[in-house]
Design a protein around this ligand. Structure first.
Ligand SMILES: Cc1cc2nc3c(=O)[nH]c(=O)nc-3n(C[C@H](O)[C@H](O)[C@H](O)COP(=O)(O)OP(=O)(O)OC[C@H]3O[C@@H](n4cnc5c(N)ncnc54)[C@H](O)[C@@H]3O)c2cc1C
Length: 318
């Protein structure tokens, strides 16, 4: 018996979320005395990276039917390779669509957005992000089989190297299992850091006055190696692309550091960002609601503060 974990990759390279999921699976395996088996679909990268975080076995799956992402086909593969009662996935956009299908196929309980290692394994007891990030829920799975998703940047990466083995897995999957076919892909920002995976996010809102003023936000993101994000109205009026919109109706993120510039901190915005570990708010209005959720706040004009901060950050980075 093994804890199965989906090691998600993109263009053959493992995502950081895959290593976080393996780390999480290992935390369960250590408690129950099981091993960890990672399933890698279309991954070209060495399995050493998965062993580093605790995968005892890596099952490499490649099939023409899996070349394009399909939640149905990927769920079928994971259900077929299951060897125990627990399957762990990241909470990336793709994995979040596989998880419910997989739970149905394996007659398992689905628990999403886990943020900490289980405090107990029988019954399985752990904390998950709830109420759009405004709260933490402690759940108990009272029935055996479970499909778990792990929130990015929450449990984190835990190195726990084992000497693993790799095998090619044969799975019975065909084009008919995909049920949906990707005909064309248009990538908007291939060179940008993935917002959901980013450890640092620099975000800005309507306080920036116009799209022409985003240079200083991008500069800060570049200095810090951060992703950029924005509030909903900014995306709605096309100052920034919709893929950057965070909040209740946008992406939910939980970076280690979230810097919000000229964003009021409306409840719908907070819903997507308030599980960030540290929040820094820059706003000219001392009464802006965002300050209530901030770990650090600067009251002042972003057009004065951000260039000064960028200059200091550059000096600091040396
Ligand atoms: C159903 C629903 C869903 C929604 N979903 C989302 C969502 O997912 N994400 C989201 O973001 N919003 C969402 N909203 C919108 C949300 O309610 C707010 O209207 C929005 O977040 C406000 O965006 P903002 O803070 O950029 O703009 P504003 O509210 O206009 O705030 C701009 C801020 O910039 C400050 N400012 C102005 N000039 C400067 C300056 N020179 N320097 C520094 N600060 C300055 C102001 O003091 C102000 O606090 C949703 C709303 C609804 C009804």
């Amino acid at each position: 018996m093994a804890i199965l974990v989906y090691a998600e990759s993109h263009d053959g390279q493992y995502k950081k979320a895959a290593f976080e999921a393996v780390s999480y699976a290992k935390s369960i395996a250590d408690k129950v005395g099981d091993t960890v088996t990672a399933v890698a679909i279309n991954a070209a990268e060495s399995s050493d990276l998965l062993y580093k975080y605790g995968a005892n076995k890596v099952l490499k799956v490649s099939s023409d039917a899996l070349k394009s992402f399909s939640p149905n086909a990927y769920a079928k593969v994971l259900a077929e390779l299951k060897d125990g009662d627990t399957i762990v996935l990241p909470s990336t956009n793709d994995a979040a669509t596989i998880a419910p299908l997989l739970a149905l196929k394996t007659n398992a309980t689905l628990v999403t957005n886990l943020i900490s290692a289980p405090t107990n394994v029988s019954p399985f007891t752990a904390d998950r992000k709830a109420f759009s990030g405004k709260g933490i829920e402690t759940i108990e799975v009272t029935d055996g089989a479970k499909v778990l998703t792990v929130l990015q940047n929450a449990f984190g990466l835990k190195e726990n190297a084992v000497s693993g083995t790799e095998e090619a897995a044969n799975v019975s999957v065909s084009d008919a299992d995909a049920k949906v076919k990707v005909i064309k892909v248009e990538q908007n920002s291939s060179d940008k850091i993935d917002l959901k995976e980013a450890e640092i996010v620099v975000s800005a809102g309507r306080g920036m006055k116009g799209p022409e003023n985003w240079g200083m936000i991008e500069e800060m993101a570049n200095i810090l190696g951060a992703a950029t994000a924005c509030s909903k109205p900014v995306a709605d009026i096309h100052w920034r692309p919709h893929e950057e919109h965070v909040g209740q109706t946008g992406k939910a993120i939980s970076p280690k550091l979230y810097i919000a510039v000229g964003i009021s901190g409306a409840i719908q915005h907070l819903a997507g960002v308030n599980s960030s570990k540290t929040i820094v708010v820059i706003n000219s209005d001392a009464e802006a609601p965002f300050f209530k959720s901030a770990d650090y706040g600067i009251v002042g004009d972003a057009f004065e503060i951000v260039p000064k901060l960028n200059a200091e950050l550059k000096k600091f980075k040396g």
